[in-house]
Write a protein that binds this ligand. Structure first.
Ligand code: GRF
Length: 210
């Protein structure tokens, strides 16, 4: 049974989807710890409701990104974590963190990467940009985290239609519904060792579900 850490900054609806899918046996894994960089993140309440150890770590108190991530890494060691899931976590991880958990950190992004990702594309800003561009489909991407922002190898994607009358909010809600399917599915596959990672010639890393 793989031990999962979930990092959050907000509502934690994706965290909830993972918890539910571990409780019902869909994911052969256990959420062992939840860590938030926001004190009032509702996701911390969700963790408490399920008796999952949960921590708020203050960036202000840590002072630097390195010291901040060192605190997280300590917790990951303490709980013997196999896999880290970023579920709406709004901090960029330090290279040391990423190197230590290479191909073991999974992120969900609410667009079809590589479109509408990278620096500044978070929350409603992603959906605003999709609508402004006039894209006819959008979706969600689950990927491993590398040193770039939203650039890591893609594990799974799914699409939604974009309606003429959509607002960033309505599009966000439509995408959130597929996120709640897609993220647990990727975590399930990870826990069952079904994600094969190969380096290809272009040096891009390719992911296949086997
Ligand atoms: C999701 O849209 C996710 O793709 C993005 O942040 C949002 C988090 O929502 N990275 P929640 O906190 O899981 O409800």
């Amino acid at each position: 049974m793989k031990k999962i850490a979930v990092l959050i900054s907000g509502s934690g609806s994706n965290l909830q989807a993972i918890i539910d899918n571990t409780s019902n046996g869909f994911i052969q894994g256990k959420v062992s710890v939840v860590i938030s960089n926001k004190k009032d993140a509702y996701g911390l309440e969700r963790a408490k409701n399920h008796h999952i150890p949960n921590y708020f770590i203050s960036f202000k108190e840590a002072g630097t990104a390195e010291k901040y991530d060192a605190q997280i890494l300590q917790l990951l060691e303490k709980y013997e974590i196999d896999c880290v899931v970023l579920a709406g976590y709004l901090r960029i991880l330090t290279p040391k963190f990423i190197a230590q958990y290479e191909n073991r950190i999974i992120n969900i992004h609410p667009s079809l990467l590589p479109s509408f990702g990278g620096h500044g594309f978070y929350g409603e800003k992603v959906h605003e940009a999709v609508l402004e561009y006039g894209a006819k489909v959008s979706g969600a991407t689950v990927h491993f985290v590398d040193n770039g922002t939203d650039t890591g190898p893609i594990i799974l994607q799914d699409t939604v239609y974009v309606a003429n009358e959509d607002t960033p909010k309505t599009l966000q809600q439509r995408i959130l519904r597929i996120e709640h399917q897609l993220l647990p599915l990727a975590v399930k596959m990870y826990c069952e060792n079904k994600i094969k990672i190969t380096k290809i010639e272009s040096k891009r890393t390719k992911v296949e579900i086997v």
